[in-house]
Design a protein around this ligand. Structure first.
Ligand SMILES: Cc1cc2nc3c(=O)[nH]c(=O)nc-3n(C[C@H](O)[C@H](O)[C@H](O)COP(=O)(O)OP(=O)(O)OC[C@H]3O[C@@H](n4cnc5c(N)ncnc54)[C@H](O)[C@@H]3O)c2cc1C
Length: 324
């Protein structure tokens, strides 16, 4: 039996989290002598990208090549996936624990009558238990799904893909029970941020909190991010106050990020914020209060006023990198 992976793409470019999930599935499959099938929805303007999924572990790609599936629609995608999984008598479907995966997985689990386990961070152990973080990242649970059919979501940045040189066999697949008439959502406008690394894919993140006092002070955060080639993020009150856009909000109710380096500036380190960032490899905290809880989660800490520390940090990095 094959392991199916929803390989999310945008205009022919596969998301990093989708490639990680394929790679993860290939590790899972090799221990069970199964094959990995990547499922791709919507038209693709670079057909070679489909076969290239083989480099990340897909043996086959089932391409649902239909214009009405170009825009992500959790309900519709779940119906298409359900038909496909039933046709192939599959028992396992994986996807990334990102915005789309978090919307699609519960729909699919309900439609397909499968067990759902979200945000896993490990391969199963010998008792078939998967690890996931619980209680805002304060504890780890080992969970075993008892159901025959399983929908699993993998936390981004947990597994680093090691691309090989295999090519996948690409097949077109059309649903017979789902059609364009069932589409209920019409996408009217897409707003994209230009030239910035997407937050969930960034290896360095510079994040600001309420300690920055107001949106007018974000210039230094942007500048620090620019010299480091980083993405910018923020705490929830900052997004709630409209200082920064909501897609930058990290934490329990925002994005979960796992960069190599997370620099938190003027953020206290509330548990709800830590829940979204404590998977980061290194955490650097800049805060003027030595008692700020974030220091307990930090690898490096600077006790000081952000308005003095950050400009000096920018200058030091520029000097180190030889940027004028
Ligand atoms: C159900 C629920 C869900 C939540 N989800 C989230 C979530 O997803 N993400 C999230 O972030 N929060 C979330 N919160 C809110 C969370 O509890 C905190 O209130 C929030 O994270 C605090 O944001 P902050 O650290 O930016 O602000 P504050 O708590 O006000 O901290 C500001 C920090 O800046 C420091 N500071 C002030 N001036 C300076 C300066 N000049 N230089 C350096 N440091 C300075 C202060 O010492 C302080 O530590 C949630 C809360 C609830 C109840």
């Amino acid at each position: 039996m094959a392991i199916f992976v929803f390989a999310d793409q945008h205009q022919g470019t596969f998301k990093k989290a989708a490639l990680e999930t394929l790679f993860y599935a290939s590790q899972l499959a090799s221990s069970r002598q199964q094959e990995v099938v990547a499922v791709v929805m919507g038209e693709i303007n670079q057909p070679r990208a489909l076969a290239d999924l083989g480099k990340y572990g897909a043996r086959r790609v089932l391409h649902v090549d239909a214009a009405w599936l170009n825009d992500f629609d959790a309900r519709l995608y779940a119906l298409v996936l359900k038909e496909m999984l039933n046709q192939y008598a599959a028992d396992r479907c994986l996807m990334p624990h990102d915005f789309n995966g978090r919307a699609l997985a519960p729909y699919l689990a309900a439609q397909w009558q499968a067990g759902l386990l979200t945000g896993i961070v490990s391969l199963p152990d010998d008792k078939d238990c998967y690890q996931k973080q619980v209680f805002s990242g304060k504890a780890t649970a080992w969970i075993k799904l008892q159901t025959e059919r399983q929908v699993l979501t993998l936390l981004p940045n947990t597994f680093t893909p090691q691309p090989g040189d295999s090519q996948a066999q690409v097949e077109r697949w059309q649903p017979t029970q789902v059609s364009a008439q069932q589409k209920r959502i019409q996408l009217k406008e897409v707003q994209t941020t230009q030239g910035r690394v997407p937050l969930t894919e960034a290896s360095i993140i510079v994040s600001g909190g309420r300690g920055l006092k107001g949106p007018e002070n974000w210039g230094m955060i942007e500048q620090l991010a620019e010299v480091l080639g980083a993405a910018t993020a923020c705490s929830r009150p900052v997004a709630d106050a409209g200082w920064r856009p909501h897609h930058e909000h990290v934490g329990q109710t925002g994005l979960t990020v796992r960069p190599n380096l997370y620099i938190a500036i003027g953020i206290s380190g509330a548990i709800q914020h830590l829940a979204g960032v404590n998977g980061s490899k290194y955490i650097v905290v800049i805060n003027k209060d030595p008692e700020a809880p974030f220091f307990q989660a930090a690898d490096y800490g600077i006790v000081g006023d952000a308005f003095e520390v950050v400009p000096r940090l920018i200058e030091a990095i520029k000097k180190y990198k030889g940027i004028s």
